[in-house]
Design a protein around this ligand. Structure first.
Ligand code: ZN
Length: 259
């Protein structure tokens, strides 16, 4: 059980872009060609406003994406990754509860400290918090237990989304991946700004599909907050997913609506 509990201190919340410049490990020659994706803040070639994954998602969804922010980056097998798996899948209930408690602590303290920066990044606040329904569970998203205990989110949390008829997954977004729940008042939703919250993102396909369903239902979506975002690691000499975050570029709210 201890493997689910160790290493809390090693989870370092993500730095905001203005703080990243001094901490980056990217060299000058590489940095000259690398920029930050205006949607997900991952690395992209300087020629592109969006990274490869976000460009694919735009084509699949046929609409601009909403900005995404991750509380912390993780690598497969590290402490945060174990918690993000353990809160759902740990075989012992006590271990699951401990993982939930640690994710609550991480998200709660980050939201308290970063609320103003988050609103600036998204260009607005929000009236409603929506979680992304699970791909594997027919009902009762475990992440709802985390969100319901985070002070900045709980009072605004509404179960507005359900799974839709189309599958979503790794780099596979779909407008019909999620749908509004049957009890959701469409007239009410049209006057709401929604914050989408998810446990972790890899390509952002599921979170952006959820945001698309809300927008197609008439809501405004401020953006997506994920507790964790996976970053690259060398696997057999190959770098998978993302390389280290490069120096940031200035972003504006209007620049985020890049199609
Ligand atoms: Zn991106």
């Amino acid at each position: 059980m201890t493997q689910w509990l160790s290493g809390v201190a090693s989870i370092r919340p993500a730095l905001w872009p203005e703080s990243r410049e001094s901490s980056t490990a990217v060299g000058r020659s590489v940095a000259a060609e690398v920029a930050v994706c205006q949607v997900c803040e991952g690395p992209t070639h300087a020629r592109f406003a969006l990274c490869y994954c976000c460009r694919v998602l735009v084509r699949q969804l046929k609409m601009p994406l909403v900005p995404m922010v991750a509380v912390a980056d993780y690598r497969i097998g590290d402490a945060l990754h174990r918690r993000l798996r353990g809160y759902k899948d740990a075989p012992v209930a006590e271990a699951r509860r401990n993982c939930v408690a640690q994710l609550i602590s991480l998200l709660d303290s980050w939201m308290e400290a970063s609320g103003p920066q988050l609103r600036r990044r998204f260009g607005s606040g929000w009236d409603v918090v929506a979680t992304v329904p699970s791909s594997h569970r027919p009902s009762g998203a475990p992440f709802d237990a985390v969100v319901s205990a985070v002070r900045a989110l709980d009072g605004l949390h509404r179960p507005v989304l359900v799974r839709g008829p189309a599958p979503t997954g790794h780099l596979a977004a779909d407008r019909r991946g999620f749908a509004l729940g049957p009890e959701v008042d469409r007239d009410w939703l049209r006057h709401q700004t929604v914050l989408v919250v998810d446990d972790s993102v890899v390509t952002g396909a599921r979170a952006q599909s959820a945001a698309a369903a809300l927008r197609l239902g008439g809501a405004r979506v401020a953006g997506v907050v994920a507790v964790g975002r996976v970053v690259a690691q060398k696997v057999g000499g190959r770098v998978s997913l993302q390389s280290p975050v490069p120096p940031s570029t200035a972003r504006t709210a209007s620049a985020l609506a890049v199609g």
